[in-house]
Design a protein. Structure first.
Length: 396
């Protein structure tokens, strides 16, 4: 009765444990959500002020490509980063998710292949399944903090059906940041094999310890193949305002994307009004303050977890995630147990089992993804719960 594509959709590992969390909440347990990248920092007041001062009597459709004022603000943001995009090379979407979906719809026919380093953001799988895209995982190693393998390893995965290499940098779920040399290697493969390079850069501002990296939008020799995906969600702590961006200099590609934008008419006018104010008003000083807060949380979580017996993790280099190896056989069962059978001071934690981020699920069976987009008090309590929970779970 229903389509094979919809039946092939997998439940996101971020949301797989929601039934267990609901029962815990109904029992009065406070849940510390380490399972989702929802920043707790305040959305800048400029967003709300812009919406309040909109001044129009009717909220009308906006241009399908996005409000001109927002596109101009995005152009200015990228110009400050050393990247020059014209207005027709920028399209505004309903979040980064729609930007990715429209990109994949434009590039791929069913049965064609995308190369992607694994582990990767699990929600990508929904798009791959809907469109019948075959995923070919580029192998990375937990022990090596998920760095890319050598060029010849990646090239060996390319077939006549390969259309693109896709990745996020900084990485979700790994917290790893690809170096400039790694990105230049991917750029060379893109040129030599005539592949598109889809660079999801929504965590661009969150790079720590002076890590040497760049945006792929600075590779001026390949900009017709390089597709940048961006969003205001994490940068400005505005996940509920669905404003994303596609940037590319291939006129034919962008014309097709515009057709898809026109098919859904327009995204929220008021969200774009608020987004425009954020891009216009926030400078490097704002990003530096936010970056410092996440780095403080990163350091606290890393130090706390690495001192728990049997827990292994790499120090995240960016974003606000890390993959953590636990001293358990099955991290999913442990995560369910924490929600269903364990609490400390009437609190427990919600983790994300990591197997859903891998093509080869066995590589993540004893690992979880943890988000540290929470204040230090919540993180301190979460570390204590994980430590006590592991002791009790493994003593059974």
């Amino acid at each position: 009765m229903f389509s094979k594509n919809i039946q092939n959709l997998k439940t996101s590992p971020v949301r797989e444990l929601i039934p267990y969390s609901k029962k815990a909440k109904e029992a009065g347990i406070d849940i510390i959500h380490l399972n989702i990248g929802q920043p707790d920092l305040e959305t800048p007041k400029e967003f709300f002020e812009a919406v309040e001062n909109f001044g129009q009597e009717t909220i009308a459709y906006s241009d399908s490509s996005g409000r001109k004022e927002l596109i101009d603000s995005v152009k200015g943001y990228y110009k400050n980063l050393g990247m020059n995009y014209d207005s027709e090379e920028i399209l505004i979407t309903a979040g980064g998710s729609e930007a990715l979906l429209f990109t994949l719809m434009t590039l791929f026919d069913a049965g064609e292949e995308v190369l992607i380093p694994e582990p990767y953001y699990a929600n990508y799988n929904s798009f791959f399944a809907m469109l019948g895209i075959k995923v070919v995982g580029i192998p990375t190693q937990f022990e090596d903090n998920f760095k890319l393998p050598k060029k010849e390893v990646i090239e060996s995965l390319v077939t006549e059906k390969t259309k693109a290499i896709m990745f996020s940098n900084p990485g979700n779920p790994t917290g790893s940041v690809y170096s400039k040399d790694e990105l230049l290697m991917l750029n060379e493969i893109s040129k030599e094999k005539n592949l598109f390079l889809i660079s999801d850069e929504v965590y661009r501002e969150f790079i720590y310890d002076g890590k040497d990296t760049v945006s792929c939008g600075t590779f001026s020799d390949n900009l017709e193949r390089i597709i940048l995906i961006d969003s205001i969600s994490k940068r400005f702590s505005t996940c509920g305002a669905r404003v994303g961006t596609i940037l590319n200099k291939n006129k034919e590609f962008m014309a097709y994307i515009l057709k898809l934008c026109q098919s859904r008419l327009s995204i929220s006018t008021l969200d774009m009004v608020g987004a425009e104010a954020l891009y216009r008003c926030k400078d490097r000083a704002y990003y530096e303050v936010v970056n410092a807060k996440y780095m403080e949380r990163r350091d606290f979580l890393y130090e706390g977890l690495k001192n728990i017996e049997g827990v292994v993790l790499n120090k995240p280099e960016g974003a606000f995630y890390c993959i953590v190896q636990l001293p358990v056989e099955d991290a999913t069962e442990f995560s369910k147990w924490l929600l269903g059978e364990f609490s400390y001071d009437n609190s427990t934690v919600m983790l994300t089992p990591a197997k859903g981020f891998y093509q080869r699920e066995e590589l993540g069976v004893n690992k979880v993804r943890i988000s540290y987009a929470l204040d230090l008090d919540r993180l301190e309590k979460a570390v204590k719960i994980i430590e006590l929970g592991l002791k009790k779970y493994n003593s059974k």
